[in-house]
Ligand binder design. Structure first.
Ligand code: GA4
Length: 334
C-alpha cells in the first residue's frame, strides 16, 4: 500500500515564502511570436530570467482544449483506474510521489515518453483508455504543434546569438532520437489548506527544481500556482494565462550557452479551492548527444564552466538526484 504522509509534510518552510516586492515590481517578459523583431527580447529573457511568456503562438486552441478535456477526464476517474497506469517507472501515472528519491507534492501526474518506437502503442495510455488511439492522437497533435513553435523559438535564439547555423538547438529536438517527454500535472484542490492559508502557509504542489533538458514549454489552465525564483532570492508568482505558453531554459541549454542563459528554479504551490492542470513538453536531445558550451559562443579567453557530458550521463545523474539538488554542480569545472 502507498503510505499517506500527513498534510504538514507538504507545507513550505516559512523562510521560503513568496515575497513580491511591491515597490519594484518585476514582470515576466512577454514575447510576441508574430513579431520576429522580438528575438532580441527573447535572448534577454533567457539571460535575465531563463523564463518568459509567449503570445500569438499559432498552436491551435482546438488541440489544447481537446487534450485538456481528455486529461481532466482521466484525473477525475476512479483512483483504481488511474493506478492501472502506475506506478511511474519513470513513465506512467504518479500520485504525490515524485521521482525515485522520496520527493512528494500535492499533485497527480502522467509522464509520457515521446521517443517514438514505430508501431508500438504507448504502454501508459493503453492501460487506462478504452480508446487509446484517440488519447494518443490528442497528445500527438498537441505535441507536434508545440514542438514546431519551440523549434521556431530555438531558431530565433540561435539567430540572435549569431550562431553559424540557426538549427544548432532545434536540430536536437527534431532528431528522431530526441529524448523528449510530455507531462500532465493535476493539482487537486486541498480544502484542508484553507484554514492554514490564513496564517500564510503554503502547500507544496511540486517542489523547487530546475529542468534538466534543453527547454520546457508549459500551458496551464487559469489556476495560479507556478512560481519562479528571481535573482533577488524572492519567489515570484506567475499569473496564469491559459491562452499563452510559459517557457523555461533547461540545464542543458544553460551549459550549451556556457551560463549565458539561466535554467530557472521554479515550483508550484497548491490551491485550496481550484484545481490546476498543466501540460509540459520537455525538449531533450538524443541520449548520445554531447552537451558542452558551444565554442562559437565563447570569447577567445573564456573558460568552459562545464565538463562535457552526454545527455544520457546527465539524465542518469538527474534521475538519481532529489528535486531541489543542484544537478549541474558535479559537472562544473573547478
Ligand atoms: C523535472 C523535470 C521533468 O518533470 C522530469 C522530472 C523527473 C521525474 O519526474 O521523474 C525528476 C525531476 C524532473 C528532476 C530530478 C529527479 C527526476 C524527478 C526527480 C526527483 C521528467 C525530468 O526530466 O526531471
Amino acid at each position: 500500500a502507498i503510505s499517506k504522509p500527513p498534510i504538514e509534510h507538504f507545507f513550505l518552510k516559512p523562510c521560503k515564502q513568496t515575497n513580491n516586492n511591491h515597490h519594484h515590481p518585476t514582470s515576466i517578459p512577454i514575447i510576441d511570436l508574430s513579431k520576429p523583431e522580438s528575438k532580441h527580447q527573447l535572448v534577454k529573457a533567457c539571460q535575465d530570467f531563463g523564463f518568459f511568456k509567449v503570445i500569438n503562438h499559432q498552436v491551435p486552441l482546438q488541440f489544447i482544449n481537446k487534450l485538456e478535456s481528455k486529461a481532466i477526464k482521466f484525473f477525475n476517474s476512479p483512483l483504481s483506474l488511474k493506478q492501472k497506469a502506475g506506478p511511474p517507472d519513470p513513465f506512467g501515472y504518479g500520485n504525490k510521489h515524485l521521482g525515485q528519491n522520496g520527493d512528494f507534492g500535492w499533485v497527480e501526474y502522467l509522464l509520457l515518453n515521446l521517443k517514438h518506437e514505430p508501431n508500438h502503442k504507448n504502454p501508459t495510455i493503453s492501460v487506462f483508455e478504452d480508446n487509446p488511439e484517440e488519447f494518443q492522437c490528442a497528445v500527438n497533435d498537441y505535441v507536434t504543434a508545440v514542438k514546431k513553435m519551440t523549434c521556431e523559438i530555438l531558431e530565433l535564439l540561435a539567430d540572435e546569438l549569431k550562431l553559424q547555423s540557426r538549427n544548432v538547438f532545434s536540430k536536437l529536438l527534431l532528431d528522431e532520437q530526441s529524448d523528449s517527454v510530455f507531462r500532465v500535472n493535476y493539482y487537486p484542490p486541498c480544502p484542508e489548506l484553507q484554514e492554514h492559508e490564513l496564517t500564510g502557509k503554503k502547500l507544496i504542489g511540486f517542489g523547487e527544481h530546475t529542468d534538466p533538458q534543453i527547454i520546457s514549454v508549459l500551458r496551464s489552465n487559469n489556476t495560479s500556482g507556478l512560481e519562479i525564483l528571481l535573482k533577488t532570492g524572492c519567489w515570484m508568482s506567475v499569473p496564469p494565462d491559459s491562452t499563452s505558453f510559459f517557457i523555461n531554459v533547461g540545464d542543458s541549454l544553460q551549459v550549451m550557452t556556457n551560463g549565458r542563459f539561466k535554467s530557472v528554479k521554479h515550483r508550484v504551490v497548491a490551491n485550496s479551492l481550484k484545481s490546476r492542470l498543466s501540460m509540459i513538453y520537455f525538449g531533450g536531445p538524443p541520449l548520445n548527444e554531447k552537451i558542452a558550451p558551444l565554442p562559437s559562443l565563447m570569447e577567445s579567453d573564456e573558460a568552459s564552466l562545464y565538463k562535457e557530458f552526454t545527455w544520457f550521463e546527465y539524465k542518469k545523474s538527474a534521475f538519481n538526484s532529489r528535486l531541489s539538488d543542484n544537478r549541474l554542480g558535479s559537472f562544473e569545472n573547478n
